[in-house]
Design a protein around this ligand. Structure first.
Ligand SMILES: *Cc1c(COP(=O)(O)O)cnc(C)c1O
Length: 555
């Protein structure tokens, strides 16, 4: 055989196997084989999820057909659901509930009274700085200002640019000012959105459509660090983009650039970096990600939702930070939340682009609707002019110096807490906090125990998973005098107690959270998360009807 070329071997093999076939059979076999191959290829590689991921899901789906397993899961879930409802009801103790529109409208006093009661429910004293993140500033003068501004603009809508041109102007000014803060040139642009999630969703939409129209990418993938915000997964689910997750370096807790490079394919529409990320507060090496973006001609999105309005003032506040914005050539879009460290009321964020061509792909246009030619820049049709005005007002109220000062306070407080925590035995800090988030872990005890113990003292921290951790996101409320030390003192006391019995397992509310990480069937975790969301819409059955004298029962 040594003298026969391989192609001849292949040819004679093929000819032999088809020797007794009629032409129609050859055609049919060939067509079927081609179609089956294409189908198999699509099945294996053309899906939002990897084959392994789908295989796992299918396995667990099948397992649920086994009656014993199904019954067990159903019983557990029913118990969990009942528990969520009980907790929801408990949170509402002492307040009457409404199930139907009142026959006649309530008076202003009744309404305000009830709103205040509703807002004041809950066990954590966020005003005293006991809560991680959540509310970023509580300043009477600012609240009064945004309330007055909202009052003036509450019924306006930038959808009707001809009727409210000035609301559009305020939006344009917020965007312009933000672009300048992030070193955008005159081509840079953006829009306001309702929050970080919408900003991210729109960046993914814009870059997906850009990749499709300009590069012909039909099966879009985005390369995302595991630590990036879950809004990217949400966007992927809405927009049918495949997420390619990239691990972080186990020491620095910033994305591994080597792994990111390997994750790039012909279908990659965007690379993502966080400045900083939510879980650990570490900042990815945006410079290196930008270089990858330039080298492979792939847009880079920087998620600065959390820290955006800190990082652009840090230099002026006296802290150094590696570059993270449009000053880097590869950075094409940036999301930054005005409703976090921009200190605007909730419901506003900014999505920015390096060039107008990207923003064009964010828009949606309907040209043939009987209601008119309908173009809209963001997800919503009608938009809240009041929120735009309130955000604009907040930015004008602070000015550059106001933000620099606020940033200085937040970062100084964070650095102080970090420095004190590093002195303690039994806990460690994940990576290097870039801005205002400090994440803690422990090799010696279950870190959720510390969270639980601090919760009993009124502190509300965020639990992290894979690996277990807890974090505190320092806001302006923590910069009030004495709060950082009170936190550190409570933490030291509880840590000392825990270190006496480091092997005790975690109990209390966080036990389930800890346990859920070991459930291999993640759909079960989805199920109970679903029930948790249901419980937020659960109203225990007690009715409230304003009495004839105008007083609420129980008020
Ligand atoms: C808060 C946050 C988001 C999402 O913003 P929302 O305003 O909650 O929708 C995105 N990325 C990071 C890093 C965040 O902290």
């Amino acid at each position: 055989m040594s003298g026969i070329p391989p192609f001849d071997v292949f040819r004679s093999l093929l000819n032999n196997s088809f020797r007794d076939k009629e032409p129609w059979q050859i055609v049919t076999i060939t067509t079927t084989t081609v179609l089956a191959t294409v189908w198999l290829w699509e099945y294996c590689f053309r899906d939002d999820e990897s084959l392994l991921e789908r295989g796992k899901k299918q396995f667990f789906r099948l397992a649920r057909y086994v009656p014993a397993i199904r019954d067990r899961i159903d019983t557990e879930l029913a118990g969990i659901n009942a528990n969520f409802e009980k907790e929801a009801a408990h949170r509402l103790t002492g307040i009457s509930t409404v199930r139907e529109l009142p026959e006649n409208g309530w008076s202003e006093t009744e309404i305000l009274d009830m709103v205040k009661k509703c807002v004041n429910l809950g066990n954590y004293d966020w005003k005293a700085g006991k809560v991680s993140g959540t509310v970023y500033k509580d300043d009477k003068a600012l609240v009064n200002l945004v309330t007055a501004v909202y009052g003036v603009a509450s019924y306006t809508n930038p959808l009707h640019a001809d009727i409210f041109p000035g609301v559009c102007k305020m939006e344009a000014e917020v965007v312009r000012a933000a672009c300048n803060l992030f070193h955008g040139d005159s081509e840079s642009c953006g829009t306001m959105t309702t929050g970080g999630t919408e900003s991210i969703l729109l960046a993914c939409k814009a870059l997906r459509d850009y990749a499709r129209d300009v590069k012909g990418i039909k099966n879009p993938e985005m390369v995302v660090p595991t630590t990036a915000h879950s809004a990217f997964d949400k966007a992927a689910q809405y927009l049918k983009i495949r997420v390619v997750n990239v691990p972080v370096n186990p020491k620095s807790f910033t994305v591994s650039i080597e792994s990111m490079k390997k994750a790039i394919s012909r279908n990659t529409i965007m690379l993502v970096g966080s400045a900083p990320n939510f879980p650990y507060g570490t900042m990815d090496n945006i410079e290196a990600i930008s270089e990858l973006g330039v080298r492979y001609n792939i847009p880079v999105h920087v998620d600065a939702c959390l820290g955006g309005f800190l990082i652009c003032f840090m230099e002026a506040a006296g802290f150094s930070l590696p570059p993270f914005d449009f000053a880097l050539k590869g950075v094409v879009s940036i999301s930054a939340d005005t409703h976090k460290y921009g200190y605007a009321p909730k419901g506003s964020s900014v999505i920015m682009y390096r060039e107008k061509k990207y923003r064009h792909h964010q828009y949606t246009m309907t040209t043939d609707w009987p209601g008119g030619i309908y173009g809209s820049p963001t997800v919503n049709g009608s938009r809240a002019g009041g929120i735009i005005a309130a955000c604009w007002a907040t930015m004008m109220h602070f000015g550059k110096n106001g933000y620099v000062e606020a940033t200085r306070k937040v970062i100084e407080t964070t650095r102080y807490i970090e420095q004190e925590l590093r002195k303690l035995d039994g806990i460690f800090i994940f990576g290097t906090p870039a801005t205002s988030v400090i994440a803690l872990g422990s090799d010696q005890f279950h870190i959720y125990r510390l969270s639980d113990a601090l919760s009993a003292k009124g502190w509300n921290l965020n639990p992290l998973q894979f690996p277990c951790g807890i974090h505190i996101c320092v806001t302006h409320l923590h910069t009030q005098s004495g709060i950082a030390d009170e936190f550190l003192d409570d933490l030291k006391t509880e840590l000392a107690l825990i270190m006496k019995t480091p092997d005790v397992p975690v109990a209390g509310k966080l036990a389930m959270y800890g346990m859920s990480q070991s459930i291999p069937d993640r759909s079960v975790v989805s199920d109970f998360t679903r029930y948790f969301l249901d419980s937020m819409y659960y109203i225990p059955s007690s009715e409230v009807k304003p009495e004839a004298n105008g007083k609420l029962p129980g008020s």
